[in-house]
Write a protein that binds this ligand. Sequence first.
Ligand code: GFB
Length: 319
Amino acid sequence: MQRTGRVFVAGGDTLAGAALLDLLPAEGFANLIGVGADEPDLTDALAVNSFFAAERPEYVFLVGGPSGGIGLNRSRPADLMLANLQVVTNVLDAAHRHGVEKLLYLASSCAYPREAPQPLRAESLGTGPLEPTSAPYATAKLAGAVLCDAFRRQYGCRFVTGFPANPFGPGDDFGADSGHVIPALIRRAHEAKECGDSALTVWGTGAPQREFLFSRDLASACLFAMRHYDGDAPLNLGGGSVLSIAAAARVVADVVGFRGRLAFDSSKPDGAPLKALDSSGLLALGWTPATPFRTAVEETYHWFLHHATEGAAHAGSTV
Ligand code: GFB
């Protein structure tokens, strides 16, 4: 991947996209196109095609499409599925038509079957039913991965798919009902501390386990995969901490300085019992995550204190 190449981050306003737009210039990639207001509406096929025709991107990170936590997946399943299908079909079609050199598509670990053997390996994709709370979104992400593979087979396109661990970080969606667990708990713990509440509400039983990945490390994994991976099989992007939700909530409470107890609300869904990725392929190529979980929570809380308390954060971060 040439540092002078024309690079398009499709979905620059998402969690992963924002982290990539920070990382790429720092790594010497100065030729970024379609940034900010110049990015086309990815759900609009004509706009996407016109953009690719005019700007001729050589490398594309496809990290766009709305996403959210288990709450948003339950309240807006159709919106999430439709927009993600539109984004992936529009961008892959345009990338093929206009001769993109290489494309990395970011899928989601919820596209693995709910009961697949752990840690999750690419061979398990498509072998069983999905976790019901996120099945529509996950189906769109799985379709995107299959479409990348189809373009590889039929046209020899260098489209690769990455399946990330659960990401969080600065610029996340901190909505208490829409966000993923870490940003949602950061907001709730902060508000509980400010109000002097005795308990912090945590959805579900606290028993499910998730593999978390700081968004800056996810961006680094995406860039690494773009440079060093060209296989047919999807690549898992993880290798970080696997924690129970209860343990993750305790770290959040500690970082925020909330001294009360955790109250588990079992009327809310747990979702998948465990999602841990087998990232041995990525690790064998030489990449490792750099940021310990607690450090990542501290940086994210710092960002929240300086930004999200003043107004709304991103309405929909990716994956
Ligand atoms: O982050 P989250 O929504 O991701 O939830 P998923 C992870 C776990 O945290 C679940 C619990 O067991 C939740 O019940 N949890 C506890 C909370 N408190 C909260 C809270 O305040 N907010 C949230 N959101 N969860 C998503 C999928 O599932 O993972 C998406 O729905 C996407 O489609 C994403 O794939 C990576 O891992 O359960």
